[in-house]
Design a protein around this ligand. Structure first.
Ligand code: SF4
Length: 297
């Protein structure tokens, strides 16, 4: 009996999605703050097309056409050749005709390597949205964290993806510049977001795994972790730096100290007011709030 492979992680917004593994682990796997695929003992490797198609058939036999959304993993299906990815998408759409949305993680470097026509072909085959870990738009922070991309590439990849007709979700990581680079982190990120105007910006707060390379840098003094209050100030400054656009901004993760959500062109001032109201609370109350919010991956 064929057993479909499982993903290591998926975005919170894909909690009810059909999950399809097209590739194992992360082909980059060098970001200092990450290590997720090492922790779950999942080295990078490619899968055969027939195997992936068989997974889809088995999932259909098992569950029927009950899903409205599907998510492709693991870390970077856009690393796959375009013909491979479009074959998977076409088969998925044919086997699960009830799907209304198919999304995937993607690295900006892989999106940048595809031509505009390739991205359009992927969109046409059925990929509606890509979730991209921008993390920061600052070159200094991207270098420090070994993200393997740059401000210019994030802009190029983002614009190309938007032009393909796919929806684009950029993830921003509060605290990634530490106490030394936080201003550049916020400024560079606002610059990228204003240039690309992705459909979604999803905010997370940096969570440092005890076994990660970043924790080692903290031990050696190469990285000073941002304070809880510092991450709230980063959030406020990032929102303040965004130009009006329909971009949907959301702190949709449990480890954010402040959860604000809304369209930048309609709700930016409300979000800023909420953050400023919090920052005006007495010190003791703010610290109590920081202690009460869980630090989770
Ligand atoms: S953050 Fe993303 S790109 Fe970086 S190592 Fe982790 S999975 Fe790979």
């Amino acid at each position: 009996m064929h057993e479909p492979e499982h993903l290591v992680i998926r975005p919170p917004s894909e909690a009810r999605s059909l999950l399809v593994r097209t590739i194992r682990g992360c082909n980059w796997n060098r970001c200092n703050f990450c290590g997720i695929y090492d922790f779950f003992d999942t080295p990078f490797s490619e899968r055969g097309l027939e195997e992936v198609l068989k997974d889809i058939d088995t999932l259909a036999d098992r569950y029927g056409d009950i899903f409205r959304t599907a998510f492709l993993g693991d870390a970077n299906p856009l690393h796959l050749p375009t013909e491979f990815l479009t074959a998977v998408l076409r088969h998925l759409r044919k086997t699960f005709p009830g799907l209304e949305r198919v999304t995937s993680y993607a690295r900006a470097s892989s999106l940048a390597k595809k031509t505009g026509d390739e991205l359009k072909a992927i969109r046409h085959a059925g990929l509606d949205r890509v979730h991209v870990g921008m993390e920061s738009g600052s070159d200094a922070v991207l270098r420090l964290q070994k993200k393997g991309t740059s401000q210019a590439q994030l802009i190029e990849a983002g614009k190309k993806t938007m032009a393909s007709g796919m929806e684009l979700s950029y993830y921003f990581l509060l605290g990634l510049g530490g106490q030394e680079l936080w201003e550049d982190h916020v400024k560079g990120s606002a610059l990228v977001l204003n240039a690309v105007k992705p459909h979604f910006v999803r905010v997370r707060r940096l969570w440092i795994h005890p076994m990660s390379r970043l924790m080692e840098k903290i031990r050696t003094g190469e990285f000073s972790e941002q304070t809880p209050e510092g991450t709230v100030v980063e959030l406020r400054d990032l929102i303040a730096g965004l130009e009006p656009s329909p971009m949907f901004f959301t702190c949709d993760h449990a480890n954010n100290y402040i959860q604000v959500h809304g369209r930048i062109d309609e709700h930016r001032d409300d979000m800023l007011r909420l953050i400023d109201t919090f920052l005006a609370l007495p010190e003791g109350q703010r610290q109590e709030h920081y202690r009460a919010v869980p630090s989770v991956i």
